[in-house]
Write a protein that binds this ligand. Structure first.
Ligand SMILES: [Zn+2]
Ligand SMILES: [Zn+2]
Length: 336
């Protein structure tokens, strides 16, 4: 799965290998979802860890809820499960345990702006020194190196809501919210190693952050402890990280379950205003899946998107260039 590093020029052209991109098969929603869940269960049960809550969730009302939603939104449900069933699974790599567990959540604003919109999707450009500075700030969010984070996020888009999605709620709400993080074997079974981030891997700075990742938040913790003792450590690392973990995990879970779907994305992604408020704009998630390349997620004036305002500010002072937003024609193409 070689990465096509150049940014997409239109919403239909995926940034990564199109091999696994979901296609739509009207009327297949129930079948595909069932197979996806079945396959997921097989993957998770074949010698690998699966939490009891996940097993239960696969058979509960929540699954029924998703099935209903899938039928309601049919024909947009993906059929990636069918496509990938015939493909060889990627071998778990020796480096799999190096992958940081907390790799696909957005903890703080720097991370949100730069890991998501800048690094993952190249929605805009900034000077290299600024990109690296904010990438370093993102590392302090304790959610993995940029290489691992971006890799998982790109896989999410590539395999969205299929059995190879790293964190789809089709495998259970709590799986998509947080338990997938503790299951690195499943993550590697689903996606393989970080083979879709060649653009980052060729940069020594990101390779350095990957190798030394855990040292940096530990150093920050030590600094906070030195400055203010235990209270600084608790508030500056513990409370901050856990609070924002859960807000941003909601993007992976709630934003694929509850909310509106104004666009034909072919997946379960939703616009959820509450998550958008809490996460500074990431909750306009159906918008994001519809226009992955867009630096702006809140596309209507009333869709509050603080991250977009940061990008606009950077653009105004000349730091952000090549800022991408969908055109009216592109919107019409994706409109339901
Ligand atoms: Zn994204
Ligand atoms: Zn998503």
């Amino acid at each position: 799965m070689a990465l096509i590093a150049s940014p997409p020029s239109n919403p239909k052209q995926h940034q990564f290998s199109p091999l696994h991109r979901a296609t739509r098969l009207p009327g297949q929603a129930e079948l595909v979802l069932s197979r996806a869940m079945s396959n997921t269960s097989m993957v998770l049960n074949s010698g690998h860890y699966i939490s009891m809550s996940n097993k239960l969730l696969l058979n509960t009302k929540f699954s029924t809820h998703l099935r209903k939603n899938a039928n309601r939104t049919d024909p947009h449900i993906t059929s990636a499960a069918l496509v990938e069933a015939a493909e060889p699974k990627p071998k778990p790599e020796a480096a799999k345990f190096r992958r940081i567990l907390l790799s696909d959540v957005v903890v703080n604003h720097q991370r949100r702006v730069f890991f998501g919109r800048n690094l993952s999707h190249r929605s805009f450009k900034v000077p290299k020194w600024l990109e690296y500075f904010f990438a370093y700030c993102g590392v302090q969010a304790l959610q993995g190196s940029p290489i691992d984070w971006v890799s998982t996020h790109r896989y999410h888009h590539q395999f969205v809501d299929s059995e190879r999605d790293p964190h789809s709620p089709t495998a259970g709400f709590w799986f998509s919210h947080m338990s997938w993080i503790f299951d690195t074997t499943s993550l590697n079974e689903r996606c393989g190693g970080p083979n879709n981030v060649g653009d980052l891997q060729k940069q020594p700075f990101y390779r350095f952050l990957e190798k030394t990742y855990i040292i940096h938040p530990i150093a920050l913790g030590a600094l906070l402890y030195g400055l203010g003792g235990f209270p600084f450590l608790v508030w500056g690392m513990g409370v901050r990280v856990v609070w924002v973990y859960h807000i941003t995990w909601l993007v992976n879970s709630a934003c694929h379950v509850w909310g509106k779907q104004p666009w034909k994305t072919g997946d379960l992604s939703r616009n959820n205003w509450l998550v958008a408020l809490l996460s500074f704009g990431e909750g306009w998630h159906n918008n994001h899946h519809a226009f992955e390349y867009s630096a702006r997620h809140g596309l209507e004036w009333w869709e509050l998107d603080l991250t977009w305002y940061v990008v606009k500010f950077l653009q105004a002072i000349g730091f952000a260039t090549d800022v991408k937003v969908p055109t009216e024609v592109q919107k019409q193409r994706m409109a339901i």
